[in-house]
Design a binder for this molecule. Structure first.
Ligand SMILES: *Cc1c(COP(=O)(O)O)cnc(C)c1O
Length: 433
């Protein structure tokens, strides 16, 4: 048995790739491709690491569900007692449909609508993470009108560099997220006087796919400075929401473990005399990313001829998954591992360097470039670490139905989302009479 880096639940057994012991080529054949496959055990293990680190102190672990919002994934985390970090009313409805509790939900996002605020207030969410003065005023107005108090934290922008991709860095001054650190004190004073609001905490989230501990500690220090200033002003802060963003291993990244990161943050919190506060965390990617793969069939091989190669031609492996199924490579130029589900004996299929591309009519439609693969048409490939920001970012571009999703749990395979049909795609459209 050979294990793959960053993916302890994946292994080759007699040259066949398995996830929790299930043969992936066989799953692809049974359910069709493209197919997302998740390991429930891997998700539980990831959540358990955070829960263990938080043991013995008041906490709320909120899964940032935009990473993967399949109902079965939410159900799994709800059953472990997790709450959810949501960024839309639609996500709140998913939480409720999956059996999650609104009382464990924090509502983040820069553009909450009045309708979403009403829904969240009536559902009884735990906290609104407010991101601007304008939003604070509207929330006050809506909460007063509905006669339901809104519990609020301000999301502060600590102005630290998370040293990650610019599209997923959120804690710098130039980002649209949060309230500037030097404005936060005045805004807390305002929140205290506005009707309908109850200040309960403070929030920050500095980015995603963060692989170092230092940016977290820098942000934490800035947040604690602010908490001390806010409390000196007479507003008490109950909880500290320290966001999410811990990275995973796609290739050779070595992020700290959840235990190490949370341990370091708690140590700093205690050292500064804030150990009594309830701790909220909002991890997304690190709970689900390495628990999933995307299976895809190699449709056609289109190798470059020798004369084309000399002029910059490339060998293309055209697969049935595309940028609409998995957007990270096209959007962020993200590198995701791609491996064969069945390894051919070396003397039958030679390994070659392929650009793995999808059928969508865009040159940006690629899943991986210059990948050594021993592949034949009809083979199944697995894109690794696809459990986060895969299916949730999928679109219907080129009128492609979204993929099916299956979850492996305790030796059984569950279809947790059916493949979308073309008829479903245009069911809401109308011809003009
Ligand atoms: C996306 C997001 C998260 C989770 O980020 P990950 O990198 O997936 O852990 C947490 N909090 C907020 C406010 C977010 O927008």
């Amino acid at each position: 048995m050979i294990s793959l880096p960053g993916a302890p639940h994946l292994a080759y057994t007699q040259n066949r790739l398995t996830l929790d012991g299930m043969d992936l080529q066989a799953l692809g054949a049974q359910y069709g491709t493209p197919l997302y496959v998740y390991s429930a055990a891997a998700m539980r293990t990831a959540a358990q690491a955070y829960l263990q680190a938080l043991q013995g102190r008041p906490h709320l672990l909120c899964y940032a569900m935009k990473a993967n919002s399949n109902l079965a994934v939410l159900q799994l985390f709800a059953r472990m007692g997790l709450g959810f970090d949501i960024v839309s009313g639609g996500e709140l409805q998913r939480v409720l449909a999956a059996g999650g509790q609104a009382a464990k939900v924090v509502f983040s996002g820069v553009g909450k609508t009045r309708a979403e605020m009403v829904l969240a207030l009536h559902s009884g969410v735990r906290c609104f993470n407010v991101e601007s003065e304008a939003e604070l005023r509207v929330l006050s107005e809506v909460a007063s009108r509905e006669n339901l108090p809104a519990r609020v934290s301000l999301r502060v922008n600590p102005d630290v560099d998370a040293r990650t991709h610019p599209y997923i860095s959120t804690g710098l001054k130039g980002n649209k997220f949060g309230v500037a650190h030097d404005r936060a004190l005045a805004l807390y004073a305002q929140a205290r006087t506005l009707p309908g609001l109850q200040v309960v905490g403070i929030d920050c989230h500095i980015g995603s796919q963060i692989t170092e501990t230092d940016p977290y500690l820098d942000a934490l220090d800035r947040v604690l400075d602010l908490v001390e200033a806010v409390e000196a002003q007479g507003t008490s802060i109950h909880h500290l929401d320290l966001g999410g963003g811990l990275g995973i291993t796609y290739t050779d990244e070595q992020p700290p473990s959840a235990q190490a990161l949370v341990g370091a943050m708690l140590q700093r919190i205690d050292a500064r005399g804030h150990g009594h506060r309830e701790i909220f965390l909002e991890p997304g990617r690190s709970l689900v990313g390495n628990a999933g793969v995307l299976l895809t069939e190699a449709l056609y091989l289109k190798p470059a001829q020798a004369d084309e190669l000399a002029q910059g031609g490339r060998h293309f492996c055209i697969v049935d998954a595309a940028m609409n199924d998995l957007m990270r490579p096209a959007l962020y130029e993200a590198w995701m591992g791609i491996v064969e589900c069945v390894r051919h004996p070396a003397d039958t299929v030679a390994s070659q360097t392929w650009d793995v591309v999808g059928p969508v009519c865009e040159s940006g439609d690629w899943l991986g470039r210059e990948r050594p693969l021993a592949v034949r048409a009809g083979d199944t490939l697995a894109v690794l670490s696809a459990g986060a920001y895969g299916m949730t970012m999928a679109s219907n571009y080129n009128t492609r139905g979204r993929a099916a999703e299956v979850m492996i749990d305790a030796g059984s395979v569950h279809l947790v989302r059916e493949r979308e049909t073309p008829a479903q795609l245009f069911a809401g459209e109308r011809l003009i009479r």
